[in-house]
Design a protein around this ligand. Structure first.
Ligand SMILES: [Zn+2]
Length: 162
């Protein structure tokens, strides 16, 4: 449900098609047994191998907790060269905080996080405006506080590239 909704809403934001990979089987080699997390970069390499052509932009949505060697966790990760991105629902879900699941809270988070990551696939850099959807936010409070829209600066940059 969440992912289907995302798939139909994210393309129009960028004015072109963005492929959503759902229910992806996590590559075993991405799993770190000590951290009980998946290495985001390895997942992106696997997604790259599923791409039909190099111009395609693909974002995967997964349920697993992701990390990078220098970060305790990441909500998502992007590789601009390969045009791939991944977003994890693990810490976006209310369940992670011991709260009842609530799609009206979880979907906007997923949409914002995915939009933010896909913006990077179109060469946007992090935005310092805390209301902009492209603002770097690792905690739910920041995600919930930002809007699902680009600020004027990001919007102008986007219209130049897409
Ligand atoms: Zn912005």
């Amino acid at each position: 449900m969440l992912v289907n909704k995302l798939a139909s809403n994210i393309g129009p934001v960028f004015g072109r098609s963005v492929d959503i990979l759902k229910g992806m089987k996590m590559p075993e080699e991405a799993y770190n047994i000590v951290r009980s997390q998946f290495y985001a970069q390895v997942i992106l390499s696997k997604i790259e191998r599923t791409k039909a052509n190099s111009r395609e932009k693909v974002i995967a949505v997964c349920e697993e907790d992701l990390y990078l060697p220098e970060e305790p966790f990441v909500l998502g990760w992007v590789d601009t060269l390969s045009g791939t991105a991944v977003v994890s629902l693990y810490r976006i879900r209310q369940e992670f905080y011991g709260l009842p699941e609530d799609e009206s809270k979880v979907y906007p988070r997923l949409f914002k996080e995915a939009t933010h990551r896909v913006a990077h696939l179109f060469d946007l850099t992090e935005c310092r405006n805390p209301k902009c959807v492209n603002y770097y936010s690792q905690i739910m409070l920041d995600i919930d506080n930002k809007t699902d829209k680009f600020c004027d600066i990001c919007r102008r940059q986007l219209t130049n590239v897409v």
